[in-house]
Ligand binder design. Structure first.
Ligand code: PMP
Length: 457
């Protein structure tokens, strides 16, 4: 089934010009011979609108960044205020009000003990920072054998080379293999594959045995374990039990290995708590944050770490122990102002509590899908809800990726006012928190109709 999708005349003209010069990310550009690129003229709340007034609900929060809707009046105002004072300044040797305020507030919010904030300007760079900082801190203590990382299969940490190396999604990684670091990869605790009758917590404990074995064998050469707490997002919104994180924290302490929690996608309330690590009551050694940190307004990322690691670098200049990493736009004041406004909104609107009601609407409006003959799983953690389409419900055999059925749901949804960009055979919603219950119900209906249409053939 290939549901035809057509733009109006103004949008089509704009799209044609766009394709003359813009090389789009994560895209086989030839696809756009048969599928238009969609030009967005404006956004308000959860709605995006093209040049002909055609509208779409941004069900994926524009790659998981948007929290409080597009063109949010409160955040707009705070950025404008900052804009009239200071747009940017070098962060080496200089500092500014928004970054000081933001760091203080992040330390208050983060798991206990994360007192130091190192900034970059996108998620992948935050991961690079955490990997380098972990390695370098051991180096500064004379532990030169520690040069490797442990990663989890099907994980995703970005697409710069080191972040890609510790990722496990073949689609993004395989071709660049010859350029990459060589991490030790252990199997994911993904609950999707748990045997029948086994609880997610039991499955996590079982799968942790692989991690324990890897740590036991390699801890002398390993700097850190890196993982996405609770949801492997780019890996298809695969979810696992917090028990795994609890066990991992204990084992990392036992073996003298750092724990890097990549909450770039899951932080800022996505999993139902402000940070996913809260659900396991753990403090990682490094917490990577980006995406929602500015509610989807401006690029910013931060790596939070503890006092001990900070002290591993703190010494006289001549010891050459300083951390060596910088980006031109590090700690941009406008981005920090957006981040401060984001934290204000969480407090002002009691967002974490209010989201529980929305999460319930998400669950209720999609619950019927579990009985669908081509749905293998309907899973949810907080404000992320995913539906996995399968060829065979019993065996969970996947549809061949070449059939691109998820993409067909996407095309169907575009014709019904929804932006439901899939991950392979997984259709999901991860909406901005300003979505209304009836809009969630509309998304669920379009999702259901789309899945019906593309699995009928
Ligand atoms: N880590 C995770 C968990 C992510 O989901 C992403 C982005 N999807 C990244 C890192 C990379 O962030 P960025 O795209 O900003 O480089």
């Amino acid at each position: 089934m290939s549901s035809r999708f057509q733009l109006g005349p103004k949008s089509q003209a704009f799209a044609d010009t766009a394709l003359d010069h813009v090389w789009h990310p994560c895209t086989q550009m030839k696809d756009h011979e048969s599928m238009p690129i969609i030009p967005i003229a404006k956004g308000k709340g959860i709605w995006l609108e093209d040049f002909d007034g055609k509208r779409y609900i941004d069900a994926v929060s524009s790659w998981w960044v948007n929290l409080f809707g597009h063109s949010n009046d409160f955040i707009n105002g705070k950025i404008q205020e900052q804009l009239s004072n200071l747009e940017h300044v070098i962060l080496a040797g200089f500092t500014h009000q928004p970054i000081v305020d933001l760091s203080k507030r992040l330390v208050e919010k983060a798991p206990q003990g994360l007192t130091r904030c190192f900034y970059a300007d996108n998620g992948s760079s935050a991961v690079e920072v955490a990997l380098k900082m972990s390695f370098h801190s051991y180096r500064n203590k004379g532990q030169h054998k520690k040069t490797r990382f442990i990663s989890i299969s099907n994980g995703y940490h970005g697409e710069t080379l080191a972040a890609l190396a510790v990722s496990g999604v073949a689609l993004y990684k395989e071709i660049y293999g010859p350029l990459l670091l060589d991490p030790i990869e252990v199997p994911s605790p993904d609950s999707y594959y748990r045997p029948e009758g086994v609880s997610p917590a039991e499955h996590a404990r079982e799968m942790f045995k692989h991690m324990e074995a890897a740590l036991e064998e390699h801890h002398e050469t390993v700097c850190a374990v890196i993982l996405e707490p609770l949801i492997q997002c780019a890996g298809g919104m695969r979810m696992y039990d917090p028990e795994y994180l609890r066990l991992l924290r204990e084992a990392c302490d036992k073996y003298g290995v750092h724990l890097i929690a990549d909450e770039i996608a899951v932080g800022f309330g996505r999993t139902g708590t402000f940070f996913a690590c809260e659900q396991a009551d753990i403090t990682p050694d490094f917490l990577c944050l980006s995406k929602g940190i500015t509610a989807g307004y401006l690029p910013l990322s931060v790596v939070m770490t503890n006092e001990k690691i900070y002290q591993d670098f703190y010494d006289d200049y001549e010891t050459l122990k300083a951390f060596l990493h910088s980006h031109s736009y590090t700690g941009n004041p406008l981005a920090c102002a957006a981040a401060l406004a984001t934290l204000d909104l969480f407090e002002r609107d009691n967002v974490i509590e209010e989201n529980k009601k929305l999460a319930k609407v998400m669950a209720d409006s999609t619950a019927h899908l579990i009985d669908h003959p081509h749905v293998g799983d309907v899973r949810q953690t907080g404000m992320v809800l995913a539906v996995e389409m399968v060829k065979d419900k019993k065996t969970k055999e996947a549809y061949p990726w070449q059939e691109r059925r998820g993409l067909d749901v996407f095309k169907y949804a575009l014709n019904h006012e929804c932006l439901l960009r899939p991950l392979g055979n997984v259709v999901y919603m991860m909406p901005p928190y300003v979505i209304q219950p009836e809009e969630i119900q509309l998304l669920a209906k379009v999702m259901t109709d789309g899945i019906n249409a593309v699995t009928a053939k």
